[in-house]
Design a protein around this ligand. Sequence first.
Ligand code: NAI
Length: 410
Amino acid sequence: MKEFSFPKSEIRILLLENIHPVALEMLKDEGFNVEAVKSALTEAELLVRAKDVHILGIRSKTKLTRKYFESARKLLSVGAFCIGTNQIELEPARSHGVPVFNAPFSNTRSVAELVLAEIVILSRQVGDRSQQLHKGKWDKSAVGCFEVRGKTLGIIGYGHIGSQLSVLAESFGMKVVYYDIVTKMPIGNSRQIQKMDDLLAQSDFVTLHVPETPQTKNMIGAKQLAQMKKGSYLINASRGTVIEIPALSESLKAKHLSGCAIDVFPEEPESNDQVFKSEIQNLPNVILTPHIGGSTEEAQQNIGIEVATSISKFINNGSTTGSVNFPVVDLPIQNQGSSHRILNIHKNVPGVLKNINSIISDVGANISGQYLATDPEIGYLIVDLDKQLSEKVREQVAALSTSIRTRILY
Ligand code: NAI
């Protein structure tokens, strides 16, 4: 087994909130000391139970605050086994030298599949027929129900989800047009449209796949809804702030839109115990789902694999690829035969590199590789150098007042 300055079995990993078992297995296979807990921890509990861990894995319920990062002196990294990272105070994590990894695109396919299903469900009024039948009402009719073959799907935001959906919809026989602020290569026979207004005017179904930004806030309001074709449908499984719900409610009541499927809302309950209220409840052909677009077993497994891989790469070779709060370095595998790797996270102030390089040259060490990435606040420097002199260099570099964290890898 590869020898480490710090034996792998002494790297303590604590996984909270029922993270998918695949992550536990992968990290155990790597030789780390892993403990898994089903529940989330409060700040007070974290300060006791997660104070001395090297890696902490959480999902969305555990809040990681400045106070935690100040007390967790041994913490090397946080794995957020989810999409969002709002539950983590990323700035203090960064200033304490702790990269946070998440898995933003692991559930892409799950969202695309749900939206594809919703296109058919809306077009056939399946939601309403099902609700009626549960109440005993048999309402067999073809009025206002259509095939989706040959209809136009307008995708707003042609990123990971939008582009996958485009492929699925075309294989279903739909025509696909898309609008994006960035020029994107069309996949299959889809076509980029330069103005959102034009997309709205020609689509039978409009689906939103944009991020939450100041530009996308309320991007679909009364004006845009009026631009949509009469009898068309709207789908939103992106972010709740993108649609003005009161305007959508008006458009549905006026029967301008024939229906919508909404998975995300401007205000969402924080737990399953809270009651949900919205102006579009109890309207015809309105499919409401509780932010489950990406909630599948497969997505959870993909998240487990993606975050466990990022953590292992960071511990084993120093790479920070996929980190949300840290300068990103994708490092080559080090030449273990002749060199050791020093990883130094430092305050990004003038003179740091000069000081570190003086230490290296003063001890007479030979550098075989050097990598640096910075952001305005911190720098991440990686140096591969002679085995014999590495420990001496590490000690002196770690002692610099600008150093936040310094590790060595054999
Ligand atoms: P992505 O980052 O891959 O794609 C977003 C696309 O939107 C990019 O091509 C970008 O250029 C484009 N865009 C940005 N601003 C725009 C604007 N003002 N107008 C038009 N296009 C714009 O993101 P991805 O993975 O496809 O996710 C899309 C959305 O879906 C995100 O908001 C994400 O939070 C949400 N999501 C929702 C889930 C759910 O459970 N309902 C699960 C996963 C993601």
